[in-house]
Design a protein around this ligand. Sequence first.
Ligand code: PLP
Length: 341
Amino acid sequence: MLRIDDFSTFKKVATPFYYYDIDLFEKTADKVAELSERTGIKVHFSIKANSDRRLNDILSSKGLGADCVSGDEIEFAVTCGYAPKDIFFAGVGKTDREICQAFQVGIGAFVVESLEEIQIISDIARRLGRKATISLRINPNIDPHTHHYITTGLYEDKFGISDRSFDEAAAMVTTDPNIDFYGLQFHIGSQILEVADVIKLECEKVNDIVSRFESNGVVIRNIDLGGGLGIDYDDPDRNPIADFETWFMTIHNNLKHRPDQTVHIEPGRSLVAQCGSLISQVLYVKKGENRNFLMIDAGMNDLIRPALYGAYHKIENLSAHYDDNDGRDNPVYDVVGTVCE
Ligand SMILES: Cc1ncc(COP(=O)(O)O)c(C=O)c1O
């Protein structure tokens, strides 16, 4: 059950709203900072997972960097105190305007998804008289054993450069005078729960791919394994902090890298999801022909995940828990929101 110290004050806030447990958030961020220190693995928060100002201020103050997928996210990251060199710009669809914005801010690296994109960024760098620091996003063709809507590292996915294009991509980034080649990035999917097995497999594949590039004389300065650590949606109270220990240690024990090669990860959901709750109010109960509908004042526009791909999201009745239980007999309802999906 969500921990609320003063429920009567809480009830005065207009719904719907997002509530963040800042204590839990600090503990989660501290755990990640401690593991980063212990293993040397650098952490960039994937801002698409949450763009709340206060949460991002906290993460930047703990030394994390930012993984951004738009020009607006880059601008936002700077205002939250992330150092520009610790901001990476990823994503399959960067516009020319956003690429120029990234140069202006002086970000650490572009994570590039295709041969076509390498050319576009190189052309813009030349026009601006700049050099683009570039990592290649690799599609390693690994099944992360998660929901098929959130797998990103299989051949059928739109992301990354697959092995058929490695040689061409390597030639482009190492011979182009407008490009400073930085490293390789791998993000295979989200909500990964078979952490030890899947991440070990990912590391083994990454080891092979890195040595394939290096045997062709390509110097890899950075290896970025993306995000993907899953959280316990079924019982958030049982596991309020995701299994960062297994994630970091599996990488630490299985990824081969030289001391001068930096290693990155980019957690999104695992840093923020367990700390946030969407608080909504029941407007009325509609007795339908076959079902009872609990009409609440939040909809898919406030929380898209369940409607988008049928994902489970736990719902708790706070009034029944915090106000004295007035004999409600736990009937079954369909909880429905204000928009059609
Ligand atoms: C490139 C990249 N990095 C990191 C993440 C964050 O993933 P997660 O929220 O599963 O940790 C994503 C999510 O889509 C991503 O596409």
